[in-house]
Design a binder for this molecule. Sequence first.
Ligand code: BGC
Length: 728
Amino acid sequence: MTKDKIEKLISQLTLQEKIGMIHGDGFFTTKGVERLGIPPFKTSDGPRGVRKDFENDAWKDIGLSYDYASYLPCNSALAATWNRAIAHETGKVLGREARGRGKDMILAPGINIMRTPLCGRSFEYMGEDPYLVSEMVVPLVQGIEENDVSACVKHFAVNNQETRRLDVDVEVSERALREIYLPGFEAAVRRGKAKGIMGAYNKLRGTHCCHHDYLLNEILRKEWGFEGITVSDWGGVHDTKEALMNGLDMEMSVTSDFDAYYMAEPLVKMIENGEVDNKTALAKIDEKVRHILNVMNELHMLDGERSAGSYNDYNDKAALRQAARESIVLLKNDANILPLDRKRIKKLLVVGENANRQHAPGGGSAEIKALYEITPLLGIQMLLGGNTEVVYKPGYYNEDIGNIWANTGDSENGQADSLNQDSKEAQESQKTAQEKKRQRQKEMNEKYLQEALEAAKDADAVIFVGGLTHDYDTEGQDRADMRLPYDQDRLILELLRVRPDTIVTLVAGSPVDMSMWLDEVKSLVFGWYAGMEGGIALAEVLFGDFNPSGRLPETFPVNSKDCPAVVLGEFPGGDKVSYGEDIFVGYRYYDTYDAATAFPFGYGLSYTDFVMTGIRAEVIEDTEESKSVKVSFDISNIGNRGGATVAQIYVADKRPRVKKAAKELKAFEKIYLEAGETREVTLMLEREAFTYYDETAHCFRVDAGSYMLLLAKNAEEIVDVTEIEFAV
Ligand code: BGC
């Protein structure tokens, strides 16, 4: 449909019809205009797959079987693959399934920066580095949108904590905003061509992000040229006039009084009462409708042939298994206990409740009604077959009642209740539930611990699978600290005492404190919530069918107290949170201020060894507007099995004119090499690799001078260095 035809459509719509299109008329849909062939706009969560369906006006599962769907690796897992092609393939699965389920917009991906490891939704996001996030989100969004479905990149912006998420007011310097918190969104919009973006619940500098003139009108529309739909987070609108004027296109919420939404009847009344200039208001409404119709048009919702999508397609499972495999991070393998030799293991003990737990149904709006989920225990059994006796002991006790989504209110679903997280009743009921839980936990833990230790004695190998659950990695609530719950530290220590070769495997969506046993453990694997194929992927890594190649997308601090935001007392902070650490988020802080970490950003091992040397660089272009640098190096696999590694290039300004991080990631490539293979790799660095945000001139700039290019295995392991010089 041409732009003219869209304008004609707009001219034929009544005010009421337009209003119907710009606010929810169901929890996940707007109203269509049948007489003009405009369908309702249907959205669905979310980042880990297409969420189950709810009744239109009640938080009640539809309760049928047709909404089982693929369960994708969570975004922190996806980011840990450091593989753009994997992000693209995973995006394709998500988009195809969203379309296959009849949706127009999938409320994904989530890309807020991991400012601290404690944010409850870290698992939905892609780590701490704006460059890594940008590189991964672009192919992900493109993959989604190849299927006539809109992505909805969320949550715009600075939604970095769940505590007081609806009202917390973020103060952040313009430089940190531009350098750390916005680049992922900008990449998704400019390069990924995302058709949808979701406003965040929180405030930025005093105004709620869902109707924030600076974020939505100035930056998103004017600077980045966004032409898609801005959607509020569910219940994120607080003011009719601001919503009208400040760039919000579609208001969604969690209550069923749809006509009472700010951009429904209250907006009509505001116009009728002359509280806003009539002409301006109508033009603004037309603009919103125009954005919606433009996207509908691009998705072939108005005419043309639209992709039908597909879901639960068995061919997609291979892509999801590969994503899961590549996300798994080998953190330690001191005595080369891994990979395990299945022929030598007649009796295998698997300890830990996470070995047997399905994670898909948890986490908040990222929950998935999974077609299936292969647990680590099932994956191990599938891989080993009948010649090995697999003994399972839970080792610790986990009663599933810890989080706000399970404990507040009477409604069928925590979604609406989650907006009441700060109410006294909610906090009280949570406290009581947690107290009960603690008591029972203590009794059961002792029993389970003894059973596990006993079983460990005569097993040929012991694999512990613990970590977190969505009681901890969850929407609506942050973690209080990074400690492993359910007394797992004690269990791990005791297991290591009985069996020093115990392999520790953690399944979680964000970093945990390992300090109590990290020195003792010889083999350590971090497995994430890796989707429906996650358990088999993990088994393949443990038994060497797949050579691990995941790299951490975020620093694993020793302790959450080391995290700069926590050090400053600005997490979770008060009603106002001041991002005093500024640009020093994640490795930018640990690196620049020499703070110890448990595992650095970009870290991960392999069952083979790689050597990277000979970094050389050539300045191809050096003007004020444009820079281009060609970087090459050689990489060899010197071990005896094929595998992939991630070559990382960091840039360090030798004589910075403003305070800068010691170094910043500006290029990376995941490279697969056969045993003994050597290759020359060439990467290009463009202007963005050398810029910083100049708050006085209000733009990104590059200073003339020398820059070091560091070839690295991770943020703390530089293997080679070269230097370049810009004249201007
Ligand atoms: C979450 C969003 C989600 C929306 C719809 C909100 O609670 O913050 O990420 O897409 O609900 O379920």
